[in-house]
Design a protein around this ligand. Structure first.
Ligand code: DAK
Length: 265
């Protein structure tokens, strides 16, 4: 499939050096700060599914450009829509499908991650930011409120008071505060952000793919269950790794003091 609103870089080979098993997806509507139109979201989910289905790809980096990761849903598209339009067009469907990708997705955020852009970053498995990044849920300034998980995910990420302030005021949070609040995992100079995110993706990509998927699933479960149910879920996934060839290989390699060679089985 050819994409109009995103670019898939796979293999990802900056300067001719390939990052093995890493795909980079770039949001590409620069004139409107990567506003998340319905078409863009459909393409993104389609592309993520393609990456998820490709056994050669282990980790995905989602990024924008220097000015914006994404400045939110496309306001021009949304401004006159009715609730019924939104139901008929199933705008929420792409957002639901995002949560079904089994491989780790790193959001690499430079510039604005606002509204749906912030929600998209938070829908990924972890966020890294350039030092000029700005996060926000400014929907209140245009007469509405977050609709793709912002009230829930931001609150879980940074706590009630900070999230409440951002959502009720529409004020943005800079990269350093996002780091201190736990919204992002790391901050890098804006110019090297993508390279650093790809390095992180490469580290994840060297690990046993089945264990990575099960670990991602277990961490994400922490947001949806009680501690007891989450621990039970973790234990089952832990046991499950012991039916993989990669667990045997990983532990054997440790004991033999060599690098493990994982087969993804
Ligand atoms: N939509 C459409 N166009 C946008 C846009 C957006 N979100 N953000 C920026 N643009 C366009 C601007 O209109 C402008 O276009 P031209 O005038 O050049 O034609 C161009 O991008 C450059 O923007 P500015 O000229 O405004 O650039 P500045 O540097 O001056 O300002 C800014 C940058 C990010 C502060 C500003 O553009 C801004 O405030 N943008 C809007 C941010 C915003 O309010 N975002 C939240 C949108 S609501 C849901 C799923 C998702 C959502 C809800 C429900 N369901 C599944 C149910 C999400 C909702 C939202 O995100």
């Amino acid at each position: 499939m050819t994409y109009q609103n995103i670019i898939l870089h796979y293999p990802y080979s900056p300067l001719g050096i390939t990052a093995p098993h890493v795909a980079v997806i770039q949001l590409n509507r620069p004139k409107v700060l990567n506003a998340l139109s319905t078409d863009l979201m459909k393409e993104l989910v389609n592309c993520l599914n393609t990456c998820d289905d490709n056994p050669e790809i282990h980790t995905i980096v989602l990024t924008g450009n220097d000015k914006a990761f994404a400045a939110g849903a496309d306001i021009a598209e949304m401004a006159t829509s009715t609730p019924i339009d939104q139901i008929i067009e199933q705008r929420f469907k792409s957002w639901t499908l995002l949560g079904m990708i089994s491989k780790p997705i790193i959001a690499a955020v430079n510039g604005f991650a606002l509204g749906g852009g912030c929600e998209l970053a938070m829908s990924c498995d972890l966020i890294v930011a350039g030092d000029t990044a700005k996060f926000g849920q400014p929907e209140i300034k245009i007469g509405t409120l977050p609709g793709a998980g912002g009230t829930q995910r931001l609150t879980r990420a940074i706590g009630k008071s900070k999230a409440m302030w951002m959502i009720l005021s529409g004020e943005m949070m800079d990269a350093q505060s996002a780091l201190e609040s736990g919204l992002v995992a790391k901050v890098f100079p804006a110019e090297t952000l993508l390279a650093e995110a790809v390095e992180m993706a490469k580290i994840i990509a060297t690990k046993a793919p089945v264990a990575i998927r099960l670990a991602k699933e277990a961490v994400n479960k922490a947001f949806e269950t009680s501690l007891k149910d989450g621990m039970d879920f973790e234990r089952r996934n832990f046991f499950l790794t012991f039916s993989s060839a990669d667990q045997k290989e990983g532990m054997r390699a440790f004991l033999e003091k060599r690098e493990a060679i994982y087969k993804g089985k």
